[in-house]
Design a protein around this ligand. Structure first.
Ligand SMILES: NC(=O)c1ccc[n+]([C@@H]2O[C@H](COP(=O)([O-])OP(=O)(O)OC[C@H]3O[C@@H](n4cnc5c(N)ncnc54)[C@H](O)[C@@H]3O)[C@@H](O)[C@H]2O)c1
Length: 251
């Protein structure tokens, strides 16, 4: 049987790198896409069966390159993991258009462009798309006008993709991670935010990159062959919980 191929964006570190490692452990080959060339080189140095591609997922011409390089090297794409993301937390009045566009360009345009470009290859393999949104796309909170809106749009985009691409045998699903201590999160999570998350999450802790990767790789695998259009919160219970939990806890 031919080895399957995953194309993982934002793969140089954090959740994307953990996902890459898990795919490799399961016998897949992986094209790692990231715009940070130095991180990409060091992340892929000790990995086999990989193709590092330094590109920007928000640039239409880069996106074309990503697909052609992946197909030349590996000949197929079985799963596209749209994981590249940027975070910028700020009040509505201070989020100028440039900040708004910077977030939308990667988090939303990138997912649209990569998925569109990969669709012909995914039709060939009856492959699938896993988009990485966030609990910030499921529940609103302060300072996330651009980030939360971009992630809510990714959730809807996933449903659009599932509705339209199902007839080609292509599945599309979405993982909404809760907080994970990656570079992205630690740049915007103050101690107050960290404490608030601990209080609001039933499992009472942050998640790990590996826990999010498990959810992503499950949805990308044949084990999820009848699952499409679904939004899976890997979030310690945050999304399912209302107000009042900390006060009602026994400890
Ligand atoms: N860490 C969290 O708490 C958390 C929570 C919810 C959702 N997420 C989402 O998970 C995904 C991964 O985040 P992470 O925490 O691992 O972040 P991270 O910053 O560690 O990794 C993101 C990677 O994406 C790359 N990247 C960003 N923009 C890019 C672009 N335009 N083109 C190519 N590469 C680009 C970065 O260089 C980086 O290597 C993101 O979509 C993020 O929004 C993270």
């Amino acid at each position: 049987m031919t080895q399957k191929v995953a194309l993982v964006t934002g793969a140089a570190r954090g959740i994307g790198l953990a996902t890459t490692r898990l795919f490799l452990k399961s016998g897949w080959r992986v094209a790692l896409v990231d715009w940070d060339g130095a991180e990409l080189t060091s992340a892929s140095a000790d990995l086999e069966q990989v193709l590092p591609i330094e590109c920007d997922v928000s640039s239409p011409s880069d996106v074309e390159d990503i697909l052609s390089k992946t197909l030349s090297a590996f000949g197929q794409v079985d799963a596209l993991i749209n994981n590249a993301g940027v975070a910028d937390f700020g009040p509505i009045e201070e989020t100028d258009f440039e900040r708004w566009r910077r977030v939308m360009a990667t988090n939303l345009d990138g997912v649209f462009l990569m998925s569109q470009a990969a669709t012909p290859a995914l039709k060939e393999t009856k492959g699938n798309i896993v988009n990485i949104a966030s609990i910030s796309g499921l529940r609103a909170s302060t300072l996330r006008v651009a980030y939360g809106t971009s992630k809510a749009a990714v959730i809807q985009l996933t449903k659009q993709q599932a509705a339209e691409l199902g007839e080609y045998g292509i599945r599309a699903n979405c993982v909404c991670p809760g907080p994970v201590r990656t570079k992205l999160a630690m740049a915007v999570h103050s101690q107050d935010i960290i404490d608030a998350y601990h209080d609001a999450i039933p499992l009472n802790r942050y998640g790990s990159e590996e826990e999010i990767a498990e959810a992503i790789c499950f949805l990308a695998s044949d084990k999820a062959s009848y699952i499409t259009g679904q939004i899976l919160a890997a979030d310690g219970g945050f999304d399912s919980t209302g107000v009042g939990l900390p006060a009602l806890r026994k400890s």
